[in-house]
Design a binder for this molecule. Structure first.
Ligand code: QAP
Ligand code: CO
Length: 168
């Protein structure tokens, strides 16, 4: 197991489109374990492979209070989304210190493969629905700040670039 390093916005690699996995083998299971360790260490509630510079369609999520309900989604697809939407304050391990409101469908049905390569379907609402959509966006090269105004995006970019220089 290993804690992987997380790409920080505005890294261009965050905008790569991830490839389908299709076959869940030992290499993918190792990636899932490392991603889970990275998410728990951060700590965060969700992480997409894109954020650790692996461009495969793999997501880990744990929204439980006790941090003991790991959810794994391989090749996730949203097969249904509610017409009603909801605004939620989002953050991202790739955009540290930045939180802002994003509007998304309130409920989604997601189909994916589990760690054993078996297909499953999940109906999600609340925080889980937000998190699944946020992480699938990462696999499609989209970071949540791209839902914000151009002005906010430019301020966030400047702030994070300054922070990057300060630690370099
Ligand atoms: C995505 O985000 C998410 O800025 C997961 O300094 C977030 O785990 C989905 C984190 C909110 C739905 C709602 C962010 C940790 C963690 C930070 C995360 C930070 C430290 C973010
Ligand atoms: Co994120």
């Amino acid at each position: 197991m290993a804690v992987l390093s997380i790409l920080r916005y505005p890294d261009p690699r965050l905008h790569r489109i991830a490839e389908p996995v299709r076959e869940v083998d030992a290499r993918i299971r190792q990636l899932v374990h490392d991603m889970a360790e990275t998410m728990y260490a951060a700590p965060g509630i969700g992480l997409a492979a894109t954020q650790v510079d692996v461009h495969l369609r793999v997501i880990v999520i744990d929204i439980s209070e006790a941090r003991d309900e790991l959810r794994v989604f391989i090749d996730p697809e949203i097969v249904q989304a509610s017409a009603e939407s909801k605004v939620y304050e989002e953050g991202c391990l790739s955009v540290p210190g930045v939180y802002d409101e994003v509007e998304r469908p309130d409920r989604v049905t997601v189909r994916a493969l589990d760690i054993d390569g078996r297909p499953f379907t999940l109906e999600a609402d609340g925080l889980l629905a937000v998190c699944v959509q946020h992480e699938i966006d990462h696999l499609n090269g989209r970071v949540f700040v791209q839902y914000l105004s151009r002005l906010k995006q430019s301020r966030i970019r400047t702030r994070l670039q300054k922070a990057e220089r300060a630690v370099a």
